[in-house]
Design a binder for this molecule. Structure first.
Ligand code: AMP
Ligand code: MN
Ligand code: MN
Ligand code: MN
Length: 281
């Protein structure tokens, strides 16, 4: 283990292939410059950045792990499942993500219709202007347009007042089923990890029920140290990793220099007693 601890793992980040603000090649070079030695690119519901990222990582002398962040609906809650070490050529995974991207396009039209009704027009074209990859449209693209339009001060403020449940511009979306998302990830040779488990509005009981279902479905890990967790949450999810015998992951969830408070690779280490998701890599 001694030598392993000198490796800097960042297993969660985004590029312009989904809702990150930097292209995949720039993300990889920035990670290398920040001292990351093993990087996973985990764009939302999309694999299109992985080939370029792998190539640039090779040039930059860092190890690259192909990843993805799959949106699922559990009950009526949206949860994100990270797949690590997936095969981007896997037809089951790629085909299902393709369907999810199509349904994102339909949701975008409904979001824009909601804003039209509010008198905030042009949001569909506006959001797509911020989406480098027109196959993958998300709320972050709407948020960036709304900031540019002066509707809110910054992206965080947009997500306080719009686009979220109970606020204008919110459109509910039926994402993948938990068991399906885990099955696709595993079928492609990957390992399924719950992204930022501290971000969901789940009671303690619901969280435990979710983690039990995730494990029963073949899920293997949870993010313990991630950009949106507080130090208290590192402790809370370390305890849950021990209780459920989950592998632990570490990832910044970097979306861009302005929008993310944690840069690539700039996270504390995992608690030393946890078994890292990379233990057998
Ligand atoms: P979507 O998958 O299109 O519904 O959008 C989810 C994405 O919106 C997340 O991955 C974040 O990039 C962004 N997002 C959601 N909530 C917030 C927030 N409170 N502040 C900033 N970005 C957010
Ligand atoms: Mn995102
Ligand atoms: Mn996420
Ligand atoms: Mn993410």
């Amino acid at each position: 283990m001694g030598a392993l601890e000198t490796f800097n793992f960042d297993l969660h980040c985004h590029s312009t292939v989904s809702d990150g603000v930097l292209p995949a090649d720039v993300v990889v070079r920035r990670a290398a410059a920040n001292g990351v030695s093993v990087l996973a690119l985990t764009d939302h519901d999309e694999l299109a950045g992985l080939a370029v990222a792998a190539e640039v990582a090779r040039d930059a002398g860092i190890r690259f792990i192909p990843g993805v962040e799959v949106s699922i609906t559990w009950g009526d809650i949206t949860i994100h499942i990270i797949g690590l070490g997936i095969d981007p050529g896997n037809v089951l995974l790629a085909g299902n993500l393709d369907r999810m991207r199509t349904s994102r396009g339909r949701r975008a039209e409904r979001i824009a219709a909601e804003f039209d009704a509010l008198g905030i027009t042009g949001t569909l074209q506006g959001a797509y202007a911020y989406a480098e990859n027109p196959q993958l449209i998300g709320r972050a693209h709407f948020a960036r347009f709304l900031v540019a339009r002066g509707v809110a001060r910054d992206v965080a403020a947009v997500f306080k007042h719009y686009l979220v449940r109970g606020k204008p511009g919110y459109v509910p979306q039926q994402w993948a089923e938990l068991a399906d998302a885990v099955a696709w990830i595993r079928a492609s040779g990957g390992r399924a990890v719950v992204a930022h488990p501290g971000r969901y509005k789940l009671s303690r009981d619901e969280l435990r029920r979710f983690l039990a279902e995730f494990k029963a479905a073949g899920g293997e890990g949870i993010e313990v140290v991630t950009g949106s967790h507080s130090p208290e949450q590192y402790g809370e999810f370390a305890r849950l990793a021990r209780e459920f015998d989950f592998l632990a992951s570490r990832g910044s969830d970097f979306h861009g220099p302005e929008e993310s408070h944690v840069d690539l690779g700039r996270l504390p280490p995992l608690p030393a007693d946890l078994k890292p998701v990379w233990h057998d890599w």
